[in-house]
Ligand binder design. Structure first.
Ligand code: HEM
Length: 139
C-alpha cells in the first residue's frame, strides 16, 4: 500500500473510532455549505440509510481507486451520470469529496497532519481526473 493510501486509511480508522456515524457530520457540513443540495435528499426513515450508503460508497471508491481497482472508476463515472439526472452537475458532484475531507479534518483536529491533507488532496484529484467525462471515452 502506498504512503498516501496508508495515511488515508489511518484517518478513516481514527474517524470511525472517534465518531459513531461520521456521515451525519458530513451531510451537516454539506448542507451548511450548499443548502441547495438539501432538497434533493429524502428525509424519511429510508433516506438516512440512502445517505449513509452514499457516504460509504464514496469512501470505498476512493480507497479502491488508490489500490488501482478500475471498477471504482467505472462506478464513480456512472454515478456522475446518474447524479446529473437528479440535478447534481459534475462540478457539484466533486464537492462531496472535499466536504468529506474537511469534515474528517475537523473531527481529527490536531491529529490531521499536512501529509494527511496532501494524501487526501492527491487522492481526490486523481479520482476526479480519472472519472471526468473525457475519461469515459474508450474506457
Ligand atoms: C455534492 C455531491 C452529491 C450530491 C448532492 C448527491 C446527491 C444524492 C442524492 C440526492 C441521492 C439520493 C438519496 C436519497 O434518495 O435521499 C444520492 C444517492 C447516491 N449517491 Fe450521491 N450525491 C453527491 C455525490 C456523490 C458521489 C461523489 C458519489 C460517489 C460515487 C455518490 C453516490 C451515490 C450513491 C451510490 C447513491 C445511492 C444511495 C442509495 O440509494 O442507496 N454521490 N446522491
Amino acid at each position: 500500500m502506498s504512503d498516501s493510501s496508508e495515511l488515508i486509511l489511518q484517518s478513516l480508522d481514527r474517524v470511525s473510532e472517534l465518531v459513531d456515524d461520521p456521515s451525519a457530520l458530513v451531510y451537516e457540513q454539506l448542507f451548511t455549505r450548499y443548502p441547495e443540495f438539501k432538497q434533493l435528499f429524502r428525509f424519511e426513515p429510508n433516506g438516512e440509510m440512502a445517505r449513509q450508503n452514499m457516504f460509504q460508497v464514496t469512501v470505498v471508491a476512493l480507497m479502491e481507486h488508490l489500490e488501482g481497482k478500475h471498477a471504482s472508476v467505472t462506478m464513480v463515472t456512472s454515478e456522475r451520470a446518474n447524479h446529473s439526472h437528479i440535478g447534481v452537475d459534475n462540478a457539484s458532484f466533486d464537492r462531496y469529496y472535499e466536504v468529506v475531507r474537511d469534515t474528517f479534518a475537523q473531527i481529527l483536529g490536531d491529529e490531521w497532519m499536512p501529509e494527511t491533507q496532501d494524501a487526501w488532496n492527491q487522492a481526490i484529484s486523481s479520482l476526479i481526473n480519472a472519472t471526468q467525462e473525457s475519461a469515459i471515452v474508450g474506457s
